[in-house]
Design a protein around this ligand. Structure first.
Ligand code: IPD
Length: 270
């Protein structure tokens, strides 16, 4: 059996290679290949090429494992392990040249469903800043090899909170309505534009908390493990596993204050 540390080595090596490739493509010039769920939900040619690079590398080194990627859908697992990949998280930032995008690679045990899976290892690599966030289950979280720890002891009124918005106009109007309430109750709010980096920012103490509704499994698989391994609590509705309906991440003491506040707003929104 492959250890979590060995799985992390594979995830980090492939994520670094893919990130270098995507960054080279960015310098060559970005091309939008298509719009997806809405006009603002874009996919670039580099998203597709980067995912293919990752998929090919995993097929060569881990042929029995499954694959769940943002751009090319799923592939079934014979080993019980599945790789969950966002080739470019923060595609809109990538398109505009804003240096907050990352390659996210995680490996999970069980079904490729965040409600039941257990994440074993994950890597989030931003090639522009040269930052590689990594974690393995039980092995802690690191930024370029340095151990990460969430900030504790922050009260909600002093918390810097990250969030994100979906691509659907009606959904983002409702999300913004909640942000309009919350912004009067916290230090400030950030919308950085890449869920994986938001979660890594909680791990690194650059954000005190992060929440979002509407995330896809590949947006949070690696980042959630990195936040948890740095000491954050990450959960969804009713404190269960995070899923499309809700993800909240923060140090446990701040989580206790923020989660009920977010949940009150999001619980009855199907
Ligand atoms: C998006 C980003 C964004 C978040 C969206 C995601 P993508 O991922 O993570 O920050 O608010 O919910 O869909 O489309 O850039 O891979």
């Amino acid at each position: 059996m492959t250890s979590n540390a060995e799985l992390l080595e594979i995830a980090a090596t492939i994520a670094r290679r893919a990130a270098a490739f995507a960054w080279q493509r960015r310098r060559d010039g970005v091309e939008i290949a298509a719009s997806k769920s809405s006009l603002s939900d874009i996919v670039t040619r580099a998203d597709r090429e980067t995912e293919q690079l990752i998929r090919d590398a995993l097929a060569a080194s881990r042929p029995r494992d499954g694959f769940l990627g943002e751009e090319s859908g799923g592939g079934s697992s014979q080993s019980g392990l599945t790789w969950v990949v966002d080739p470019i998280d923060g595609t809109v930032n990538y398109y505009y040249g804003i240096p907050a995008w990352a390659v996210s690679v995680a490996v999970v045990e069980g079904d490729s469903d965040p409600a039941t899976w257990r994440t074993l290892a994950g890597a989030v690599v931003n090639p522009v800043t040269g930052e590689a966030f990594t974690a393995s289950a039980g092995g802690g979280a690191r930024l370029n090899g340095e151990r990460l720890q969430v900030t504790t002891g922050v009260e909600l009124p002093l918390a810097l909170v990250g969030t994100g918005f979906g691509y659907d106009a009606e959904v983002r109007r409702r999300q913004a309505a909640f942000v309009g309430e919350l912004i009067g109750e916290v230090r400030d709010i950030r919308r950085i534009g890449a869920a994986s980096l938001d979660l890594c920012s909680v791990a690194a103490g650059r954000l005190d908390a992060y929440f979002e509704r509407g995330l896809n499994p590949w947006d949070h698989a690696a980042g959630a493990l990195i936040a948890e391994e740095a000491g954050a609590r990450v959960a969804g509705l009713d404190g269960g596993p995070a899923d499309r309906r809700l993800l909240v991440a923060a140090a446990p003491d701040l989580f206790e204050q923020l989660h009920p506040r977010v949940e009150r707003f999001y619980a009855d929104w199907e």
